[in-house]
Design a protein around this ligand. Structure first.
Ligand code: NI
Length: 204
């Protein structure tokens, strides 16, 4: 069984990347696939395992080998395993900043689903949770928002959590790759924009 294995693997990561994140991404991805099509088994599997190769929590090369042998033990076809591994190793925002070249309908759908979970009410919760995990300030008026143009710069930032909304999260709506994903992002984007307006109103 894939699900208990993934759940166990994700038991030590922060709340924003835990099993429930994987479940939400799986559900959003399958919702997008209802309109956009694609191979549902590949979409569902890639969504469930996508954060197991995140270098914030795992050693990607080791994790990739483990996922491949897990999928082989579940009798996935080699072509499908290759496709799933391409999807999950190309998904991140930092990969896109560095210019990732892999593309497929299933890739677009899973990436959009992961990005939906980064914005809106849940995106806000995840962002502050991760900032807390890293010991970051909510906001510091003396630290300006910056354009982030490379992976290194993106990762090295110890900037306050609010800056992350401007450096990444507010841009995700325009980076959505499916029509359905983009439509789903709209409401979440608006909510996040309203949240920031209120945050700064209260900050004074
Ligand atoms: Ni994710």
């Amino acid at each position: 069984m894939l699900e208990p294995w993934v759940q166990q693997k994700l038991s030590s990561v922060d709340a924003g990347h835990d099993w429930w994140h994987a479940v939400r991404v799986r559900n959003s991805a399958l919702t997008i696939a209802e309109d956009e099509g694609g191979n549902r088994q590949i979409i569902e599997t890639a969504a469930l395992v996508h954060d197991l190769v995140d270098d914030k929590f795992f050693i990607p090369a080791d994790a990739e080998k483990e996922i491949v042998s897990k999928l082989q033990s579940l009798f996935f076809k080699q072509n499908d395993i290759d496709h799933i591994m391409h999807i999950i190793s190309s998904m991140s925002f930092s990969k896109e900043l560095d210019g990732s070249s892999f593309d497929s309908l299933e890739f677009r759908i899973v990436q959009d689903a992961d990005r939906l979970d980064a914005i809106g009410a849940i995106g806000i919760a995840r962002t502050f949770s991760y900032g807390g995990h890293k010991g970051r300030e909510f906001y510091n008026p003396n630290i300006p928002f910056e354009e982030v143009s490379s992976k290194r710069q993106y990762r090295n930032g110890a900037t306050p959590t609010i800056n992350h909304f401007y450096e990444k999260l507010l841009k995700l709506k325009e980076m959505m790759k499916t029509k359905t994903g983009r439509a789903m992002a709209e409401e979440r984007h608006q909510f996040m924009a309203r949240y920031l307006e209120q945050f700064f109103k209260e900050w004074g």
